[in-house]
Design a protein around this ligand. Sequence first.
Ligand SMILES: Nc1ncnc2c1ncn2[C@@H]1O[C@H](COP(=O)(O)OP(=O)(O)OP(=O)(O)O)[C@@H](O)[C@H]1O
Ligand SMILES: [Mg+2]
Length: 280
Amino acid sequence: MQIHIDNLHFTYPSGVQALQGVSLTIEPGEQVAIVGQNGAGKTTLVRHLNGLLLPSSGSVRVGDWLTRDSSVAKLAARVGYVFQNPDDQLFKGNVRDEVKFGPTNLGFTPEQIEAQVDEALTRLELSEKAAVNPYDLTPTWRKRVAIAAILAMDTPIIILDEPTTGQDHHSVQHLAGLIQHLRQQGKTVIAISHDIDFVAENFDRIVVMGQGRVLLDGPAETVFAEEEILNSTYVQPPQLARLAGRLDLGQVVYTVDGFLAAYRQRNAPVSPVTPPISGG
Ligand SMILES: Nc1ncnc2c1ncn2[C@@H]1O[C@H](COP(=O)(O)OP(=O)(O)OP(=O)(O)O)[C@@H](O)[C@H]1O
Ligand SMILES: [Mg+2]
């Protein structure tokens, strides 16, 4: 399902102009990371996708629905939004009820609901915590409950707002696996993250925001080459990209495999020239 954002402006009632002309098209099944300094407008932007916020001017279309003409309840069938802070999202007395709430509201059959809830709990390694009150879990696990609650809705579009914040190494690896799984399922994933290494490893398209605008949009190797623009919004290229720059590897690399390939290529011995066979 395509997302089409056209010249979106948004001003909060306080007068803050959080978005100042954002245009963006995201194709079905694309996996996009949004990065940029605090206050750049990332959360404000994604909150427009499920209708939590409506444009001051410009438009947002999800498939054939304009968000301006669609209720939040209707858009919930297409766009699942995992809040930046799980405490703003979670409100049920136990994990299972929390995860069940979304699919129940979307009107799936009881069998589908059970299957989707079980699948989401298993996927987030929460099965054994199903009866626990989310507020008795650590913030790391509450984040997982928030993700499971959205996965269980089986929407074609999933938004993750800062999914790696406060997560330990195991959870970040687990999240990478989850994004891989969603990719295979053909889901559109939009993730906001300050973890640039995570972004570099897991996303093919990166949107850089600064002061309510899109500054860069493209594949990692193009985006990470724009050091000056990245600096302007306090985004540092991944450590590997910076190291490759220092080593003069001559190309923008940002994954371990890419780095090793470039490093080996530079250090490869020059192949000897075969001497011409002398006649006579
Ligand atoms: N509810 C609100 N009322 C008024 N202003 C707000 C509100 N939410 C955000 N803002 C302002 O809008 C701008 C964009 O904020 P937003 O939360 O979208 O940024 P962000 O890129 O998600 O930042 P962060 O990385 O800190 O989450 C900021 O100037 C922020 O202070
Ligand atoms: Mg935010």
